[in-house]
Design a binder for this molecule. Structure first.
Ligand SMILES: [Mg+2]
Length: 197
């Protein structure tokens, strides 16, 4: 004799599926950027200002320059200057080590946080405090959904995904990219995103 609700039963299984699907959806939502651009240079301060943004928290590797490139480009010098002029503060938030992040940030004279452990929210919150801004006033920019976008969404900031500067990655990023490709193809199938790889 079979009892309904015994073990998982039919209804139980349905619920289990429901919870699983909702869980995936909740996670996918947290990985979805508000916007996608091909280059960080496409992000302009005037536009952000109109949306009430007062601070930018940007990733370094493959967002500003290639992960193995130590030098600032003239275009980025102009980009940083434009934000300064517009009164939007910029901070670099990187999972990379102090030597790498300091060397780059000092050239640009931009404050930074290294070994940020993105997507964990702690460094994001520390940055917010340092900048004295609320989450609504902050945009998080980066080339990875598993670190930059996920972290930014977790603290409730605006998020912009940038196409990576180089087609190669550092060792720590390679595994994230595999997950990212799976997530992106799922989002694409659902029609959540329109941009190409
Ligand atoms: Mg990066």
């Amino acid at each position: 004799m079979k009892y309904r609700g015994f073990g998982l039963g039919k209804t139980g299984k349905m619920w289990e599926n429901e919870i699983r699907i909702r869980g995936v959806y909740l996670l996918l939502e947290k990985l979805l950027p508000e916007e996608h651009v091909n280059s960080i240079l496409d992000i302009q301060p005037e536009e952000l200002k109109k949306r009430g943004i007062k601070g930018v928290l940007t990733d370094l590797d493959n967002t500003l320059v290639a992960w193995n490139e130590a030098h600032l480009t003239p275009e980025l010098v102009k980009w940083f200057a434009a934000f300064k002029e517009a009164g939007i503060s910029v901070m670099i938030l990187s999972n990379n080590n102090e030597r790498r992040v300091k060397k780059f940030s000092d050239q640009a004279d931009i404050p930074y946080i290294y070994r940020a452990r993105k997507p964990l929210p702690f460094a994001f919150k520390r940055a917010m405090k340092k900048m004295n801004l609320s989450k609504e006033e902050l945009v998080v920019i980066g080339d990875q959904i598993m670190t930059d976008v996920w972290g930014g969404n977790q603290i409730g900031a605006h998020t912009i995904l940038v196409a990576p500067v180089a087609s190669t990655d550092g060792w720590a990023t390679k595994m994230n990219r595999r997950m990212e490709r799976m997530v992106l193809s799922r989002m694409r199938r659902k029609g959540w995103i329109k941009w190409e790889d």
